[in-house]
Design a binder for this molecule. Sequence first.
Ligand code: ZN
Ligand code: ZN
Length: 360
Amino acid sequence: MPINANSRLKRLRQALDSAGAGTLLETHLPNIFYLCGFSGDSGALLIEPSSATLFTDGRFTIQAKEETSDIRVHIHKGPILEAVGGYLRARKRQSVAVSPARLTLAGWKALRKAAGGHTKWEAIDGMVESLRAVKDAGEIDRIRDAARLGSEVMEEVIRLIRPGVTELDIAAEIGYRMRRKGASGESFEAIVAAGPRSALPHARPTARRIGKNELVVLDLGAILRHYCSDLTRTVHVGKAPTRVRKWYQAVLEAQTAARDALRSGITCAAIDHAARNVLQSKGLGRYFVHSTGHGIGLEIHEDPRIARDQKWVLQAGNVVTLEPGVYVEGVGGIRIEDDALVTSRGAEILTTAPREFLEL
Ligand code: ZN
Ligand code: ZN
């Protein structure tokens, strides 16, 4: 499905217009892909009021031609931001917005020097990211497929968990099975964390062997046709002690509360509160050490963030994760994560793996 560059550029120009800006230099690759369909790993996109120009180098000449339409492609030699600066200098472009969060200091210096003294710079962060937060039907289809693929792999690899298997064994199976099912890669390095290591929310898989009577947290995601999924399941090897079962039920209840609250018109902070409140009421609040979720799409972490301080009002088309957890040092962790599409009536859960507690 080719990107409809014209309609996305049109929406961006409207947003620039309301912000009082005319020209935007976009340097963040997922934003560039979103706006014009170019998926190469070197590029800058200059969006002027009546044209758009992609700057890239000779390695991407054919790719840029294949992937884009209705925009100009400028193949440069040497550093890319110098090329953009030289172009701005020649065009005598007066005022250009850039995103400081997406520029290095060295890149910014090179750009300013090459553009010369005539260009006035303006700082605008997050403009394309805000557009990206509301997914269109084609994007939702892709995320739905990525979520289904990730869920299938989750169900398969859970069956491989038994004492003696290492975290890395399971992580390798995750990557392999995703690609066999058509994923171009993993959204992030899968987390497989057993025993006390499961209390580390972002543990990397190790050669540690999974033991008897341990929690195992699996957090994985697939990239399918450029879009990411992200889901977590927690299982117990052997029969779980009562307190672990209680923790699991509390996390599941917290996630359900967040899911029931999710709809357009509500703030991200309110969703975070819905989940956090359940865990706090059970005395587990201090073990929930991260925020409740984040947007997914072309990137694994994008707007909006479902966190305590986020006043962002959700709208139909947002796709977010809901992933409360509890992490008890020396014992283990439990997290349940699903991907949810915000709709006008509520939410649709896109990940399909079962959520009930599995004692293997
Ligand atoms: Zn995750
Ligand atoms: Zn996540």
